[in-house]
Design a binder for this molecule. Structure first.
Ligand code: ACM
Ligand code: ZN
Length: 659
């Protein structure tokens, strides 16, 4: 089918939709959008005893040349005629997807518009991660989401089974861990924190939690397989390992004096028992999960305990390893080889993209959007799951509207407009397996909250994973709303029609005396958060809800800048808005001091403001701090003092407004 043909079909279907013949039931309404379709006259009315599928298990003829094997494997042709429904596909998977399409097109009266659809997936990995460690979500919950995933033609559920939040991997050989750390005191992360992050045993009246039993997991594997979904299990180590350390204290690193190190989340990589434990864990995973991929975690490990531990030091010396990173790399080679010896492939978080990391370790790229292309360029396979685009625990609307906002602002538009091949060289695109949205659950305290975060943003991940790269945001939003109201009636979801959107100040430039002023940084800003560069604080442009954009400038020490107004001017106020975001350790400054100068060398104090009392629990709040001055000067130095304490690693501001 030509592109023109598709466009004409689109116009016809729009006309059809506009006269409200069908409340749904049109290929123009599908999520994910099919690769090609055309609409013909008439409808097929589903008989009382169900649709009549005429299935031909043969290769689809009209597929474009050069399609990769996995696309051919998932391909189908669906032809809805007035009297029957023809499905053509060489595989059970393709037939399954054809039926999903048909089911999405069935309207409330049981009619399906006559049409022909030719369809196949763009990427082979179309995933959702569910973190059941930080908040336990039951097998029933996971099955409910698999039903939606199937409708969206998603095919990977990555289950984050273990982390500091609790041990959920209930293989029979892991019963010690279940009894120590599958329950905890309090329900939400915050309540748990109030109880000192203590694990509990089953039956404790204020404990919550649970785990997937071996039977649960085998049952979930079967349920997933019926929907052409693979469950990829993750056990996260050597970091994120509190449950293991509580259960087996001997797997802790040692302090230099030989006593066990208590302040660590990492397994000791100098203890042979660690390697034995990890192998036993992989044996159990492989036994239960048939997935080709086993996820071995590997993220956010702190190397400090290893670098101070006599046992780890001994291994580093023996193996000629220079530092903790190299020790982790050594460990990962052993784990990857072990997974391989079981006939499986290891996948891990992107921390391991060092040159000498295992070549056959597939990676989930999560640290921003730039790391994925680097992994592909290194010759490794990669799943794109950038936190800035695909972390579905981030807030999807204006933060003041959202319950426990955290992380960053991630509206559905940002999820949908992310292009996984951007920055990937042509010869490396074969290494991009696909995409995955991650539902982390530190800030989830109920199954309905988890669904609210998933939908409709998971629809955007699904469509990026399946459909052509030629995307139309406003049409997608229309289809996503239809999908939610038709298919997610029994689910909790965020209603796009009520979306407030980006911070209004983002859209309105401000005029003030310092716009265009030269900004001198007396202390460097944090290199990770330069904003748009040295003019960001005096460009008249205010930031949005998210700190991770070019409008915000981040500081990991005091902010100390001098603005040159070009000539001496009367100055009445200096104001800057600082972000508070506890979930990512951003806090407002303790105070702002203003100094002025006529020559740029001799400064005099011009005013000071203490920041207002800051609610330490708050995330994504925005505090304007104003210093009134009464001066005439050319140079203005602004010093924002960073708060001391663990909650204030960073300060962020978007503009220094001088009037
Ligand atoms: C991660 O977010 N630490 C994978
Ligand atoms: Zn150690």
């Amino acid at each position: 089918m030509s592109h023109l043909h598709k466009t004409i079909a689109g116009v016809i279907s729009l006309l059809t939709a506009s006269i409200h013949l069908y409340s749904q039931g049109n290929p123009a309404d599908l999520v994910p959008a099919p690769q090609e379709y055309s609409v013909s006259e008439g409808v097929y009315t589903i008989p009382a005893d169900g649709p009549r599928f005429v299935i031909s298990k043969k290769n689809v003829q009209e597929l474009p040349d050069g399609l990769p094997d996995f696309s051919r494997k998932g391909a189908y042709r669906l032809e809805v005629r007035r009297d029957k429904v023809l499905i053509r596909s060489a595989t059970e998977e393709g037939i399954f997807y054809a039926k999903q399409t048909f089911s999405q097109m069935t309207d409330s009266t049981g009619n399906v518009v006559c049409c022909t659809i030719l369809d196949y997936p763009r990427f082979r990995w179309r995933g959702i991660l569910v973190d059941i460690s930080r908040f336990f979500l039951s097998p029933e919950f996971l099955k409910r989401q698999m039903d939606v995933m199937a409708s969206l033609k998603m095919n990977v559920m990555h289950i984050h089974l273990t982390d500091d939040g609790g041990w959920r991997f209930g293989a029979e050989s892991m019963s010690d861990l279940i009894s120590t750390s599958a329950w905890r005191l309090g329900n939400s992360w915050k309540e748990w924190g109030n109880q000192g992050y203590k694990y509990a045993t089953e039956g404790n009246p204020i404990a919550t939690g649970g785990y997937l039993s071996e039977k649960d997991m085998r049952d979930l594997v079967a349920y997933a397989a019926e929907r052409h979904i693979t469950l990829v299990p993750e056990v996260d180590f050597p970091g994120h390992s509190d449950p293991v350390l509580i259960t087996y204290p001997n797997l802790r690193c040692l302090n230099p004096d030989g006593t066990p190190r208590m302040e660590t989340h990492e397994l000791c990589l100098g203890n042979p028992e660690t390697y034995a434990f990890v192998k036993k864990l992989i044996d159990a995973l492989v036994d239960i999960f048939p997935s080709q991929y086993i996820h071995i975690g590997g993220d956010e490990a702190n190397t400090a305990p290893w670098e101070a531990c006599p046992r780890c030091q001994a291994v580093m010396q023996r193996e000629g390893l220079k530092n903790g990173k190299e020790l982790q790399n050594y460990f990962e080679h052993i784990v990857v080889d072990y997974v391989k010896s079981k006939g499986r492939k290891a996948i891990g978080w992107n921390e391991s993209v060092e040159e000498d990391a295992p070549k056959d370790l597939t990676m989930t790229a999560w640290n921003g959007t730039a790391i994925g292309p680097k992994i592909a360029a290194s010759g490794r396979d990669v799943v794109m799951s950038p936190n800035t685009k695909y972390y579905l625990d981030y807030v999807q609307d204006a933060p003041m509207k959202e319950q426990s906002p955290m992380g960053s602002y991630l509206p559905i538009d940002s999820v949908y407009t992310y292009e996984p091949l951007e920055g990937v060289a042509d010869q490396d695109t074969c290494h991009v397996l696909g995409v995955q949205g991650n539902l982390w659950t530190e800030h989830v305290d109920s199954p309905s909250r988890a669904e609210y975060l998933l939908y409709p943003r998971a629809l955007a991940v699904a469509e990026v994973g399946w459909s052509s790269a030629d995307r139309n945001l406003s049409d997608f939003r229309r289809r996503a709303q239809l999908f939610c109201s038709n298919k997610l009636k029994e689910y909790t979801y965020f209603d796009l029609s009520e979306e407030i959107g980006e911070r209004p100040k983002f859209f309105t430039p401000v005029q003030h005396l310092a716009v265009g002023a030269q900004v001198k940084y007396n202390k460097a800003f944090c290199s990770r958060f330069p904003g748009s560069g040295n003019s960001v604080l005096a460009d008249g442009l205010l930031g949005g809800w998210s700190f991770e954009t070019s409008r915000w400038n981040g500081f990991d020490a005091d902010m100390d800048v001098t603005l040159d107004l070009g000539s001496s001017k009367p100055i009445h106020s200096v104001e800057a808005t600082f972000m508070g975001n506890r979930s990512v350790w951003i806090a407002v400054p303790e105070s702002i001091e203003v100094f002025v100068s006529d020559d740029g060398m001799n400064f005099r104090a011009a005013g000071k403001s203490m920041s207002e009392v800051y609610e330490q629990e708050a995330s994504m709040v925005y505090f304007p701090i104003r210093v009134n001055v009464n001066e005439e000067a050319r140079y203005v130095r602004v010093l924002a003092r960073k708060k001391s304490g663990g909650l204030s690693a960073y300060m962020f501001t978007d503009e220094i407004i001088i009037n």
